[in-house]
Design a binder for this molecule. Sequence first.
Ligand SMILES: Nc1ncnc2c1ncn2[C@@H]1O[C@H](COP(=O)(O)OP(=O)(O)OP(=O)(O)O)[C@@H](O)[C@H]1O
Ligand SMILES: Nc1nc2c(ncn2[C@@H]2O[C@H](COP(=O)(O)O)[C@@H](O)[C@H]2O)c(=O)[nH]1
Length: 215
Amino acid sequence: MADSATDTDKLHRRGLMFILSSPSGAGKTTISRMLLDVEDEIMLSVSATTRPPRAGEIDGVHYHFVSDAEFDRMVEEDDFYEWAHVFGYRYGTPKGRIRNALKDGQDFLFDIDWQGTQQLKQKDEQDVVTVFILPPSLDELRRRLESRAQDSAEVIDSRMERARGEISHWAEYEYVVVNDDVDQCFEKVRRILDAERMRRTRQTGLIPFVRELMA
Ligand SMILES: Nc1ncnc2c1ncn2[C@@H]1O[C@H](COP(=O)(O)OP(=O)(O)OP(=O)(O)O)[C@@H](O)[C@H]1O
Ligand SMILES: Nc1nc2c(ncn2[C@@H]2O[C@H](COP(=O)(O)O)[C@@H](O)[C@H]2O)c(=O)[nH]1
């Protein structure tokens, strides 16, 4: 039996800009990777950032790691869909092939913050689906940042300080999911993606037998 993201389905709707945001450490990268592992029909939008790579991060896969000068050039040449200052560095979504691929029905996953989400919503309202991931508590958020063991104590403190501000934007999102149990959170996010793909207002054409019926 075909699922909701088969080639047939893709032919008849525009692609989704599926946005996951959360305070740092709540788990959006984890959920994104789980989704990309099982969903062939969605691609990650790989951001450019001036932040240095963490252990295990690969240039071009997790981020495009660029210098300040390169980021400046990309801003000047209008290469970004959106960009923002986050934690003392700059992060941006390169336009690349996204706009045309969306028209062809390709879905994209964006792991970006609330500032980028606001910018994308203004530009492409009809294709954007926004999901905010909440941690079960602030104590658990700190525990996750510490257990990830990739940031200094100072960086973790500054991320915790910013978490309150980020969480204050949760009401700007269409969906909110608490990431307590990671498998349950992933299933909920996947169900949102599935349902959004089937939204009638996204369908841009009728499959042939329905078109014949309507003629
Ligand atoms: N439900 C969960 N229960 C316990 N640990 C979790 C859960 N979800 C994610 N984690 C762990 O918490 C840490 C932070 O997760 P992750 O890197 O996915 O967060 P993030 O929101 O993407 O952070 P950032 O915005 O900094 O990239 C990781 O070590 C991850 O394995
Ligand atoms: N507005 C944007 N925010 C982005 C982008 N890529 C990532 N991010 C957000 O930055 C923080 C920090 O990420 P980290 O990998 O350094 O922990 C996190 O909230 C990301 O969602 C982007 O292109 N635009």
